[in-house]
Ligand binder design. Sequence first.
Ligand SMILES: [Zn+2]
Ligand SMILES: [Zn+2]
Length: 400
Amino acid sequence: MKKGKILCLLFTVLFLFFTLSSCLQIDISLNDSIKSSPETSSATLPESQDENSSMDSSVSESPDKSSTENNTPPPLPEGSAFAVHFIDVGQADAALVLCDGKSMLIDGGNRADGDLIYTYLQKQSLSYLDYVVCTHPDEDHVGGLAAALTCADAGTVYCPVTSYSSKAFTNFADKAAERGLELVRPEPGTVFSLGSAQVTVLAPLADYDDNNNQSIVLRIVYGETSFLFTGDAARESEADMLESGAVLQSTVLKVGHHGSESSTTYPFLREVNPQYAVISVGKDNSYGHPTEEALSRLRDAGVQVFRTDMQGDIICTSDGKTVTFTTQRGSGAVTNPTEEETTGSGEQGGDEYRYIGNLNSKKFHLPTCASLPAEENRIYFLTREEAVEAGYTPCGVCQP
Ligand SMILES: [Zn+2]
Ligand SMILES: [Zn+2]
């Protein structure tokens, strides 16, 4: 009798336990399937990590819950239009964002680009810019902004600093003052509208010693498409943005610091998860921008790259669902060649190659070696591995 009762109780407890745990399991798996439903069909990398389940943020390769779900933008009004003009200012940055009759100029190229910026704004019939953003006071960003403010009045001028000792910055600050405009350092988290587009300030999140890290970073959302403007922000700022938990996911990434290797780090790129990247860079610049490091990360992430050095002005329009690119030239340009494609073309000169091989002796050297082969007997390698794989042995003098 008693045994039976105990057994009965035991079974009841076991039954309850299993029912409960299976219920929980269903709950968990349901939750998972919602979370992993992709936001867009082309999403290949994990989405934003903010407030999503902490268990899969670091390992999951499948996209998490839609990040735009939290701030679903209102439907776009009839006749709404959005465009970004990445103006070719050589080794510098300048982008004009236009939406529903509103405008924002993000950087203005070098001082030498002043005329170009002035003419560009005139051609767009812009005598008023709603926002002028100086991402940071380096000349290749602030240089042409004085000319912009000569051509057009402005509503708000954003800049991470209010004073900086350089001719380019002083010209800009003086021109702003002449217009009665204050230089405002925007707080991260500030949100403002540009027509139907919504702009969020993501950085700078700290006071960095480095000018580039001081860059104002903006994320613009237009319908279901989004754009990230990073200025010259480097890995420290990228890490802080990741830490902040802000939504970074963007359809288009304006690549940080002209494709320098210290920007566009893997964790940042994974979070931004762009389909397209634009690199504002000068042909044959002395910095070696864009670097193979940044380009290879973009290749690994399957991002389609546009470059002002190869394609001139790049105009990106959005209908709120898809983005379309138009380039001034070089529509078929190989903007992000693999190492093989680069060495194969053999036209790029020796500067960006780390190793120089001798076609006759099959030895390879550092570009600084005293016993380099004659020009016509050279083969260039980007990496040591590449030289070794091609059957070349290191030179005994420079010991590459
Ligand atoms: Zn800079
Ligand atoms: Zn720069």
